[in-house]
Design a protein around this ligand. Sequence first.
Ligand code: TYD
Ligand code: MG
Length: 444
Amino acid sequence: MKVHSIHVCRECGTTSPRWVGRCPGCAAWNSLDEEKSLARPTVSGPATTVALHTVDTDHDQRFSTGVGELDRVLGGGLLAGSTTLLFGEPGVGKSTLALMSLRALARCATPVVLIGAEESAVQVAQRARRLGPIPEGLEVATTTSVATALALIEQRRPAVCVIDSISAMSDDGLSGVAGSVAQVRNAAERLCALAKSTSTALLLVGHVTKDGELAGPRTLEHLVDTVVRIEGDRYGTLRVVRAIKHRFGPTGEVGLLEMVNDGLRDVPETAMTRGQSAPDVSGVVFTVTNDGSRSFLVEVQALVASSSGSPRRVAHQVSSQRLSLMLAVLEARCDIDVSDADVFAATAGGLAATEPGVDLALALAVASAVQGFALSRALVAVGEVGLAGELRAVSGLTRRVREAQRLGATRALVPLAGDLDEVEGISVVRCATLAAAIAASRGT
Ligand code: TYD
Ligand code: MG
């Protein structure tokens, strides 16, 4: 095979035949690495067409993963012949989720194969036993070689195959270490193509680090059919899975899982996102955040403490940018000044709440912490706060208020603007400004 060299962007995977200082794809500077690449044979099929209406679509097989919340995100399960990328930070639970799926799948479609590139068969078996008895149809192989993996799929013809992880696979014919953009992309490309021709449902596991560095998801996004991200605080137990690309199903669908001793458990109800703080504590405000087609009740907490030295702002699971904005608006529009205090803001329960609809709860939590008044736990606050201190309409307000009512809230502070259907069992207070909302919240 002919060897030529290409330049690949570390950030977005764009390739260029020659080196350029600025990536033509994502405009990052100095992000191109030279990679020697083997010319890939092009795929050429017969030059014929078929009438579209005669193409059979009923026999597309979906394999349920046995994990309800993952199935929900996948639109029913893994599709035969398609490739799904499951990615997330180390320790978040990718291998566990992949193995749980294989265990369930082995009961209805055999064989299913796990190609482990990071752990030995013994380690995989240990983990699998932790999840329960190991079904017979589940086979494992350990290799980091793409060629071996391809041969294995060719031979065993598994209904479902997991590669854990694609970041550790490499091809001897290519320069670059395992995990480099060229290696990861080459491995994924060849495995995807084979999965398609053997009708194998392929699941690739990929890593990212905190800052999204490392060849991976972004370079693979356009290659694979489905991209599922698993996120969560690795020291907490809550995990969120979401499809960020889905060729054959819905995107934006969110699944909620909890890491327990024997694997990941579905969390279909959102009641657990209510934290355990004692009643009558200042700085605690409930809100409802919308994510995909779901609404989650979230407890937002703030703490304001006298600062020794330069004031600190610490945001955990809430947006630090929005926190800064809220502090500025509180100072300029509501006369609540925290410029020389330390401010900490977080959500309780482990679920992130970063969308603008959380603004009001965040600002109220700070106001409540500063002024030392506690808000009723039966109150929820929803709304985006503008720079003029006005409350702006948020998307899906009715859905949020309904969810709040379902989980026991009896009063909701919401923006004056925005459509809201009548929801029984909860009294809605429309507020034009943040200052008005603070006044209304004190009255509860
Ligand atoms: P893992 O699936 O290895 O993460 P990844 O493949 O994304 O790096 O999971 C890592 C963590 O999950 C590890 O700290 C142990 C924990 N864990 C449980 O809490 N319960 C379990 O049943 C298993 C298998 C793991
Ligand atoms: Mg792993």
